[in-house]
Structures are given as structure tokens and as C-alpha cells.
Design a binder for this molecule. Sequence first.
Ligand code: CP3
Length: 336
Amino acid sequence: MDKSFSSRSVPIWFMRQAGRYLPEYHILRNKERSFLKTCFNPEVAAEISLQPITRFDFDFIILFADILVIPHALGQNVDFVNGIGPVLDKFELNRNNCNSDKKALKILSPIFETIKIIKNKSLPKKIIGFCGGPFTVLTYMVERGSSRDHKKILNFIKNKPNLTRDWIKKITEISIKYLLEQIKAGADLIKVFDSWAGLLKEKEYEEYIIKPNKEIFEGIKKERKKTKTIFFPRRSKKFIDIFLREINCDVISIDQHLSKKNMDYCRKKEITIQGNLSPELLFAGGKKMDEEVKKIMEKYKNNKHIFNLSHGVLPNTPLENVKQVVKQVKNYEFTD
Ligand code: CP3
């Protein structure tokens, strides 16, 4: 299979490259007021997706949307409150209480329009579509928003294993359909953000991270063999071994360190490594940031590598720091 990212020219894009650190984002976002309405307005969402490309010439365009459009489409209302983040309505978690896949896909359809608008611009850049990992999405549904201790979701999986399985299955099924529609609309790659994978111990990790991610991977490849897949099982630590073995993804997005053993495995299997400058260092800038960029470039120079962050761009990140990293990566000369 063509996994086509040369180890010498390193492409670059950033998680959350569209968003609050960009003044031009605030202008559009304030016009629309509600975050979800912005996501569901194809013209505006397409423009926001392209803002970081115009300003910084990133190599990939990530669709502007959110992983929480899935609970919203299933019938659990989602609001994004300034200064708080997502707030999800009270929702009886049972299957009878949730929209059919057909209805959910209809609610999600403006997002496919956004991709079509971007695609029609025929830019020489790949478009990344995405969804959340089923466990991460369920985490927000159960916690009804962001959480520090994740007590509710951890209790939920412990006390209601059947319901957990049922919901993971439901979210997995709709996510596959949602991603396939994104691909049909023009997405060249898809990424699965499993931001809370690191909460789970081995047995639960296998059941709620490996299994659904694998089903998504296989569901996509069965229909769209050529579409590249990026997986982001954040904070998996030692379980990244099992993840890589079980899910033969094209790109693994990493949040921190990747062991030599895993790097060798990726080289052997031609898995591209995507990562992993810390957003805090990007925020801080200066010499430390430059040195870290160099360290990352050198570390992964014998692997297929896409330069990215270990998590999303922080609000108020200075624009000149972003510009500096893009320039440094694009003009980078390897030491040998
Ligand atoms: O540029 C891009 O990366 C594309 C768009 C994108 C957004 N969210 C836009 C957004 C993507 C890929 C996401 C993914 C996402 N959303 C994840 C997975 C990655 C991660 O960060 O771990 C998660 C967990 C969410 C859920 C979510 N969305 C939260 C918890 C919040 C509030 C806190 C925060 O980090 O902003 C959001 C809001 C959100 N999603 C904003 C943007 C630009 C900010 C909204 C605003 O106030 O304008």
C-alpha cells in the first residue's frame, strides 16, 4: 500500500489549527454566535477550515467541525458555553431514546456540504475529515461536558457494562457511516480522535478503545481502501503497542514520547508517525521551541513523519510562533 510521506520532506499541520488563536476566526464565530451553528453553516465552516491554510500554508486542511456533533445528531443537545466548554443536555441513555442513523446523517449533512465546498476549490492540499473515538464521545455524553476526574464515565462503565457496550456499538456504527459520507464528499484522509483513551486499564482499553477503533478502521477500509487513516489514542502509554499491532493504520498521531521499539515497528510497517510538539512550547515560543522542533525532526528522520502537536493549539498562542515552526519545518536541513 502506498503510504507516501517521504521521510525527507516533512509535511506539517496542527490539531486545532482553525480556531480561537486566529483573529479572523473570532470575526466569523461572533457573527454566527453559536459554535454548533458555525459547524453546521457550510460556507462559514469552509472559510474557517481554510483560514489557517491562507495564513500559514499548512499542508493539510482539517475540516472545521467538532467530535460532539455525533451526540447532537443522536438527539442529545449540545451547547458550547463561553468560558466553560461543551454542555450536553440530560439524556436518557437507552437505544429507544436516540435518533435513527438516517435521521442523524440528515442532521450531519451540512458538514458534508462544507467538505464539498473545500474540495471544489481544488487546492493542492489533502482534506482531513474526522470523528471522535466512540469511548471519548461517550465520555462527553455521560459527563455531560468536560470533566477533571471523569468519575461519572468510570462509574458508568463499571456499573453498566451492557449499556456501555450498547452505546459504544451505536456510536461506532454511526461514526463509520459519518466518515464514509465525509469521504464521499471529498475527504482524503480521516482521523479518529480518542482523546480520553488514556483513562482506561488494559481490559477496558481492549474493549472500548481497540475494538471500536478497529471496527472503524475496517469499516472504512472495506469501502474505501485508498483513504488514509489517522488514529489518535491519546495518552495510551504502554498500550500503544497493542494499538499498533491490532490496528494497521496509515498514520499514528502521538501525544508524547514514542519508544524506539515502536518507532522501529512503524518503520517496518510503513506507519507514518504524526507529532508531537507540545502546545505549551508552541505557546511559549523562543529558543526552547526552536530546539524542540529540531529534536523532533531529528528523532523521526528515519520514519515517515508528519509534523504536528501533541494536542490542540492553545487559545492566545502567538501567531508568530506558529509561523516560525512552519518555516522551520519547511526549510529544515537534516544533520546528515
Ligand atoms: O482545527 C481543527 O482541529 C478542526 C476542528 C476541531 C475542533 N474540535 C474545533 C473546536 C476538531 C478536530 C475538534 C476535535 C475535538 N473536539 C476533540 C478531540 C481533540 C482534543 O482536543 O482532544 C474534543 C475532545 C472536542 C470537544 C470539544 N470541543 C471541547 C472539549 C471544546 C471546548 C474546549 C476547547 O478545547 O476549546 C470544544 C470546542 C471547540 N472545538 C472549539 C473549536 C475551534 C472552540 C470553540 C469556540 O469557543 O469558538
